[in-house]
Design a protein around this ligand. Structure first.
Ligand code: ATP
Length: 273
């Protein structure tokens, strides 16, 4: 598996305060990788440093084998990285459609109106509710609809790597369920995802691999299924044992297993759809 994103010995922070202390991670093509950890651990800072919003102090970030640490955010986004920021950050007084069009400005090509319409149809296929609400102001949408709009806006940039910051924040369980299903579908469609989530159980249930972020360090990483079974992770982040057989995470996992998965397909010798 080739690394699409590689972070090596990254140190960064704000003014005099170092937040991330020599952090390293990688995200392979076609993976869903989660960053889990408590409030204030440094997860958002890591995403914001990858996208150049927070400057790198030392270390190296590479995307598709190209160093991006010192590049401006707009160049990084044009290389195929898109972010769905924490708390969505939509333009509230603009319609859903207008918010989506803003996402398309980050594309490296100069898309024609026809391409943009096709692009928008693709995101409406993923989130049909947005088609119904395309003329509605973003600020008048529900939390779940706003989260869908924020993901759809990022998808308008046609990213190869999507960074999602707390997509479940403040949403009802049923809506979180729907959002997570779409995230898994995005991967099946060829997108690679780096997912920041405070809800560790949820994140681990949809991810291939995960990194535990703790006070600016990564003390633990591995396959998501192994971390779900890890006693330390269970005690610190999962609230102890979970023997439930019908949790939201189980349902998402069951659905995810029915979708094409690039690595599983490769291991089976089948060509991904
Ligand atoms: P949360 O889930 O609460 O967002 P997190 O793991 O994403 O937590 P960060 O938001 O990255 O954590 O915050 C890491 C540390 O950096 C915290 O101590 C926070 O107070 C600090 N911090 C974050 N943003 C800034 C900023 N713009 N200026 C100064 N300090 C900041």
């Amino acid at each position: 598996m080739s690394a699409l994103l590689l972070v090596e010995n990254l140190c960064c922070g704000y003014k005099q305060m170092e937040v991330l202390h020599s952090v390293s991670l990688e995200v392979g093509q076609g993976e869903i990788v989660a960053l889990v950890g408590a409030n204030g651990a440094g997860k958002s800072t890591l995403l914001n440093t990858i996208t150049g919003i927070v400057p790198t102090w030392s270390g190296r970030i590479s995307y598709e084998n190209t160093p991006i640490s010192s590049r401006p955010t707009r160049d990084i986004v044009r290389m195929g990285l898109a972010v769905v920021p924490e708390r969505r950050q939509l333009f509230g007084s603009m319609s859903v459609e207008e918010n989506l069009m803003i996402g398309a400005y980050a594309r490296p090509d100069r898309p024609t109106n026809r391409t943009l319409r096709d692009n928008m149809e693709e995101v409406f296929e993923l989130f049909p509710k947005l088609r119904e609400r395309r003329r509605q102001l973003a600020q008048s949408m529900s939390g779940g609809e706003q989260q869908m709009t924020a993901i759809a806006r990022a998808l308008m940039a046609k990213p190869r790597l999507l960074l999602l910051d707390e997509p479940s924040l403040g949403l009802a369980p049923l809506i979180v369920d729907q959002i997570m299903e779409q995230i898994v579908k995005l991967r099946a469609g060829g997108c690679t995802l780096l997912l920041v989530e405070q809800n560790a159980r949820l994140a681990l249930s949809v991810s291939d691999r995960a990194y535990v972020v703790e006070t600016g360090n990564i003390p633990l990483s591995g396959r998501a299924s192994d971390l779900l079974d890890n006693e330390t992770v269970r005690d610190a982040y999962l609230g102890g044992r979970n023997d439930s057989t019908d949790s939201m995470e189980d349902r998402i996992r069951a659905k995810a297993s029915m979708l094409p998965h690039p690595h599983r397909a490769a291991a089976d010798g089948r060509v991904p759809a």
